[in-house]
Write a protein that binds this ligand. Sequence first.
Ligand SMILES: Cc1ncc(COP(=O)(O)O)c(C=O)c1O
Length: 392
Amino acid sequence: MNSIKDLFPIFKNIPDLIFLDNASTTQKPTLVLDKLTEVYTQYNSNVHRGLYPIAVRADEEYDRAREKIAKFINADKDEIVFTSGTTDATNLIAQSLLNSQIISNNANILTTELEHHSNFLPWQRVSGNNLEFATFKENQLNFDENKKFDIVAYSIISNVTGKFTDIKDLRKNNLKDAIFIADAAQAIAHMPINVKEMDIDFLVFSGHKMFGPTGVGIMYAKRTFLEKMQPFKVGGGIVDKVSRESTSWTQSPEKFEAGTPPIAEAIALGSAVDFINEMGFNKISQIENELKAYALQELSGLEKIKIYHSENIHSGAVISFTLKGIHPHDIAQFLGDKNICVRAGHHCTQILHREVFEIPASVRISMSIYNSKEEIDSLVSTLNECIAFYRI
Ligand SMILES: Cc1ncc(COP(=O)(O)O)c(C=O)c1O
């Protein structure tokens, strides 16, 4: 086992596990698992309510996690809202911008053909017929540059081709003053994000794709928006004054965290941030870029393979492909039988698959710091067996 693998107990429990489905979710290091156990065994209690010692400790830890996450993306602490994940955060933004009349239901919204469903269905829902898609052709996004849009919803890294989109290429001319919603689900564990430098209005990501627990994610928003936005979910923990007729809200970020939040998960997400910081993005991208280059080289030698990948230093180690004549689900099953975990399907991007690539599905491998060239070799030799099995 390589030394990074040693930090993830699942690989000790299942030594032959080849996990190449990291765009779906990442494995969890001991540091994160220990933190979850610490919360539940040492100071389990609700936050923002108790006056007894373990509740005070839970509050402090919850607050510290928010602080770590804020620092990680160069935001202020009160601009970080805990959600249940990327999807939850994007729905919150879309509904809240509409409910708060920051946008109308005639808003012009630009998204892209590359988006995961969770970054355009919430916009489809609020935009009526004014949702437009930047087309994806020859690895480029193209849209009508003469048109003004109120909102631009885009992903920093695509979950299918790994395409990296630099906000600098979008926020100019007619899009200069648009509200930018950046989906960082596939970027957050792979490259540094600085919301101030990038001038992002809203950033969303999930804890479970960055070595953290499931059930917790983040909505970052510029303070100016948080002040104007009404909460989307209402309930306990977010109110200032309640009467029978009306209610006033507390300050952000609590204003957006109605009900009991994912306390242990949020605290352990702080440890996932520690883990990434300790590893460092230089090392992470060095490992991932080397693996990606090797995988591209080895995969491209396979008979009748078509690769869908947007080469870039930030392309997130995501490679999708098809093998002519073999259904992607058959390939994933064949690999799965050998404990090689990949994804098959449309990866929640039906428009990209059906209309742009004109295929129903693809196979996706997505790499992380614990993968190795030997694992890529096993993948490729098993794919060769799969080809021999299905093409005889
Ligand atoms: C680019 C992108 N956006 C959004 C999501 C949704 O994330 P979650 O299911 O954690 O809400 C994913 C999940 O795969 C994704 O890859």
